[in-house]
Design a protein around this ligand. Structure first.
Ligand SMILES: [Zn+2]
Length: 299
């Protein structure tokens, strides 16, 4: 019972954060700060009252229309809120101390538990960043540098600090929360924390940069290469290799379907950030399950 409430809590938290991500995406065009001012209808600028701010439910009650000007509201709002809610619930399910070793460990405040909690908050932050970048790329065919560059700096700093702490002191539980492929990652060889981090960054951003350069930004852009750098920072190696394979498989499949349907987007350009993000999120949430099932399939 408690665990259901716990997962529900992270779903609801995710929908609230998702609602804020919609504001970030909308205000990126107008250069307004998403942290300041009140929420309003994007068409008639009517101030929203409290119940119109309730994620997902307000969209259903309003039947997708503004209560004042009756203008149709974008499906972006409930979709982003729902996806953020689901992903937050999945991250909580996989990486919280609760699901791993029981609630009593929350009461046991020690240095390792604090690091696990901080890393968990970073995971939620990375999910939010990948959602904003993907949705904005789908809408505008652009990578939102205002969000991505600070995210790279903050996340890189965290990964470096964590690495020094791990090298100084051996932790018992922490590796479980930072290795997304689980116990099977040794199949790719042994890599120290820092070699995994730097190989991941160089590999992922290197491949995408090469593609951007070789195709003169037709298949992928320099924005995608910057996103690849970010994903390299959060995943490391060999996780980033699996994420890249998933991104290419799904991206290639979708491109093929669009080609067959002759549905071309903007001179045949397909935004690639959603596929890179999808690959990264799949590895974060299901990396261990994928590797184990793949091995079971081979053996
Ligand atoms: Zn309106």
């Amino acid at each position: 019972m408690l665990s259901y409430l716990y997962i529900l809590f992270f779903f609801v938290l995710g929908t609230i954060i998702g609602s804020f991500l919609n504001v970030v995406i909308d205000r990126a065009d107008t250069k307004e700060s998403p942290f300041k001012g009140v929420s309003y209808c994007p068409y008639c600028r009517k101030r929203l009252v409290w119940w119109e701010l309730v994620p997902i439910l307000s969209f259903i009650f309003l039947k997708g229309k503004c209560s004042s000007c009756r203008h149709k509201l974008s499906w972006q709002y409930p979709i982003v809120e729902t996806i953020t809610g689901l992903l937050f619930a999945f991250v909580a399910l996989r990486f919280s101390r609760f699901s791993f070793a029981g609630p009593s460990l929350y009461l046991n405040i020690n240095f390792e538990n604090i690091l696990i909690l901080l890393n968990f908050l970073f995971l939620l932050y990375w999910v939010a960043v990948l959602i904003v970048i993907s949705v904005y790329d789908l809408k505008r065919y652009l990578i939102l540098n205002e969000v991505l560059i600070p995210a790279i700096i903050i996340s890189f700093a965290w990964r470096i600090i964590l690495g020094f702490l791990i090298e100084k002191q051996s932790f018992y539980f922490l590796p479980y929360f930072t290795h997304f492929l689980g116990s099977q990652s040794f199949l790719f060889g042994y890599y120290s924390y820092f070699s995994s981090l730097f190989i991941g960054i160089i590999f992922f951003s290197g491949i995408i940069s090469l593609l951007a350069w070789a195709t003169k930004e037709k298949a992928m852009g320099w924005g995608d290469a910057l996103l690849a750098f970010f994903i390299g920072v959060i995943l490391g190696w060999p996780e980033s290799l699996i994420a890249l394979i998933i991104a290419f498989l799904i991206g290639g499949g979708v491109a093929l379907i669009l080609l067959i349907l002759k549905k071309k987007t903007m001179k045949g350009y397909i935004p690639f950030a959603p596929f890179l993000s999808f690959g990264a999120l799949t590895v974060i949430l299901f990396g261990d399950i994928i590797i184990e099932n793949y091995l079971a399939f081979l053996l």
